[in-house]
Ligand binder design. Structure first.
Ligand code: ATP
Length: 268
């Protein structure tokens, strides 16, 4: 392969400015299965970008490549300007990954866990301030196994923020949460974006993507079928003459649920 010239390098940098993530021609195979089939996309800085698609579409593979956890076969991947193929370990310093809470040690309090995570990054952190941000100050001295599902999800986001990441990856963050806790988590994601961070969200909940995401990429069989703001995708479908079979009403069962049980969090 010929060495890249200085002009090409300069053009490349111009081309990628203002983007938190740049993916060009990414391909990943598992044996004969092409899990990610030459996809290209860009995520803007401070964007909430949704990766949607049915089971097996290639979302996790794509995200794990962005996180430097999985190798690519082909393509260019820049995360916060870092070439993931060349220096995957460097990427870990600029991203936050929300872990599933089962991965946490038992026996340590939330405060101790945050200090431990910070130490792994060679940082010190104001753990109490971080817990306040995710609305868990009252639980600072509890163990993770004493938290409700929503609290665990918020705590896992706190752990992902210890290194002040530029880009936060949220993987199905509201699975199994009640409507109040889901909305609370959406507000947290929006607040994190307001701080200037970029969020990449994978979700199977279309209402979640519609509420949170500036743009979504819809994947299937390793390819991106569409990549637009949710409103635009919906308008395109309507322009094609689509009519929903459902009777549209101005309230749904979730509205009934929230009307009866209130918007406040139920997690003691
Ligand atoms: P889900 O919504 O179920 O999480 P996904 O969109 O995240 O699905 P991937 O997990 O990326 O999809 O999987 C894409 C394809 O690659 C699937 O057919 C899956 O079976 C396959 N696959 C994923 N990981 C491996 C692996 N380590 N070895 C072999 N095949 C794999």
């Amino acid at each position: 392969m010929s060495a890249i010239t200085q002009t090409e390098e300069a053009n490349l940098q111009l081309d990628t400015q203002g983007f938190a993530i740049v993916v060009d021609g990414l391909r990943k195979r598992y044996g004969s299965l092409v899990a990610v089939d030459g996809i290209s996309f860009r995520v803007k800085e401070r964007e909430i970008f949704g990766l949607l698609g049915p089971n097996g579409a290639g979302k996790t593979t794509t995200v794990e490549i962005l996180e430097g956890l999985r190798q690519t076969d082909e393509g260019r991947v820049l995360v916060a300007g870092i070439d993931v193929r060349k220096v995957p370990d460097k990427v870990k310093g600029v991203i936050g990954v929300q872990l599933q809470s089962s991965a946490f040690f038992d026996g340590l309090s939330l405060l101790e866990l945050l200090d431990l995570f910070a130490a792994l990054y060679g940082r010190s952190v104001d753990a109490m301030a971080l817990l306040e941000k995710v609305d868990l100050k009252e639980k600072a001295r509890s163990n993770v196994n004493k938290l409700s599902g929503g609290q665990k999800q918020r705590f896992s986001i706190a752990t992902a923020l210890v290194n002040e990441p530029k880009i936060l990856f949220l993987d199905e963050p509201t699975t199994g949460l009640d409507p109040q806790a889901r909305r609370n988590l959406w507000e947290l994601a929006q607040a994190i974006r307001t701080e200037g961070r970029t969020i990449v969200l994978t979700t199977h909940y279309m209402d979640e993507a519609e509420t949170l995401c500036d743009r979504v990429a819809i994947m299937d069989h390793g390819k991106i079928l569409a990549m637009e703001p949710p409103d635009l995708l919906i308008q395109r479908l309507l322009d094609k003459g689509f009519h929903s079979q459902r009777v549209e009403r101005s309230a749904n069962l979730e509205d009934v649920f929230l009307d009866m049980t209130g918007h406040g969090l139920r997690e003691g």
